[in-house]
Design a binder for this molecule. Structure first.
Ligand SMILES: Cc1ncc(COP(=O)(O)O)c(C=O)c1O
Length: 378
């Protein structure tokens, strides 16, 4: 069977080092806020190219904590896209704010030409989502933000290692928010997230918010050596030692894995460019990290069901844009008619298998199966 994503081949390869690292954590008597997290925070912030980084429970929390640190709350508006994962919007609403949706461009990313007309007196921030592994047009976004006194919170949940003008996503706005959900380009074996910034004050505030509003303290030998005293209202969102240990191992392979993803993308592009599928394009300013490889075809349902017969199981990211979902459509009253591309793409997009251990044999089988199905479509 070929799946769109599969972690088991990786697990077979690194099982011993993962289990050793977890055993080390269990034996260390420090399960939360210990040396593994400190080291991972240090290594990942350096990898991204920022001054400060902190591990949190997941990517949704990362976005929520970022907004809370920027005092974004009730009645404030936050501009983002509707072609994204639900949590981008969950976090905005959790913060008490209102999501305002802007349509996407042909890279499936926020159309920077359409942002200005959505800005009101209530707008506080823009959340560009570097969807599918490709960076948004950050110069334009930062320019608009500066002109209108807005914050920029990058949603980097799908863009670990992706670059814009040779800089990594997560280093391009006020705050960068990452997810290490298992499927991600850098994924753990459970939930985890990360926040990046170059602003010391914001970093310190986010550190308090992630731990119940308390000052940063270390847990040593199972004993809490700080004052159990909340200086502000926070939440509980911690990246534990087990996940930090796994991520430390996986971070070492990240660049190599992105290279493999790019090779797979290159092969898909070369082999499928004249088959009638619309393939993803890489903006010249970017290094695409190919979290997923999204293609378009108006007969996608037929193609996907034919592929299932050949034991290839694909996925759609995302079949329903957020603005049509029951939970969130009330926020789209002002914008739904402006989301033409978002609506159009959602009916045609689907994702081909993409993960570093996808074998050449499986890539070729997928490509040949697609070619055969596409040539038989009338
Ligand atoms: C674009 C985007 N934003 C935010 C998140 C939230 O991350 P998490 O699942 O770790 O909460 C995800 C992952 O699901 C995502 O894909």
């Amino acid at each position: 069977m070929i799946k769109v994503w599969d972690y088991l081949p990786e697990y077979k390869k690194y099982r011993k080092s993962f289990l050793n690292a977890i055993d080390e954590v269990f034996k260390s008597s420090t399960l939360i806020f210990g040396p593994k997290l400190n080291k991972f925070e240090d290594n990942f912030k350096k990898y991204i190219g920022v001054k400060y980084g902190l591990g949190v429970g997941n990517g949704t929390d990362a976005l929520y904590i970022a907004m809370k640190a920027l005092n974004i709350g009730t009645g404030d508006e936050v501009i983002t896209t509707s072609n994204t994962a639900v949590p981008t919007v969950t976090a905005i609403v959790n913060a008490g704010a209102i999501p305002v949706f802007v349509d996407v461009n042909d890279y499936y990313l926020i159309n920077t030409n359409l942002i200005a007309k959505k800005i009101t007196k209530k707008t506080k921030a823009i959340i560009p989502v570097h969807l599918y592994g490709q960076s948004c047009e950050m110069d334009e976004i930062n320019k608009i933000a500066k002109k209108n006194n807005l914050y920029v919170i990058e949603d980097c949940a799908q863009s670990h290692g992706a670059e814009y003008k040779k800089k990594k996503t997560g280093s391009l706005g006020n705050i960068g928010c990452f997810s290490f959900y298992p499927t991600k380009i850098l994924g753990s074996y459970g939930d985890a997230g990360f926040i990046t910034t170059n602003d010391k004050k914001l970093f310190e505030k986010m550190m308090r918010i992630r731990f119940l509003g308390m000052e940063r303290k270390k847990m040593s030998s199972g004993h809490w050596n700080g004052k159990y005293y909340a200086v502000e209202h926070g939440t509980n969102s911690r990246l534990d030692e087990i996940h930090a240990a796994i991520l430390l191992i996986k971070l070492k392979n990240l660049e190599k894995n992105i290279k493999k993803r790019r090779q797979i993308a290159k092969r898909y592009y070369k082999e499928l460019k004249n088959t009638g599928l619309l393939l993803p394009e890489e903006n010249k300013k970017n290094k695409h990290a190919y979290y997923i490889y999204v293609v378009q075809h108006k007969k996608r349902n037929k193609i996907m069901s034919e592929l299932v017969k050949k034991n290839i199981h694909l996925n759609i990211s995302y079949p329903w844009p957020i603005h049509i979902m029951k939970a969130y459509k009330k926020y789209a009253l002002r914008s739904s008619k402006d989301l033409k591309k978002t609506n159009f793409f959602s009916k045609k997009i689907f994702s081909l298998p993409m993960y570093p251990e996808l074998t050449l044999k499986k890539q070729k089988y997928t490509i040949n199966s697609l070619k055969e199905i596409l040539s038989n479509l009338s």
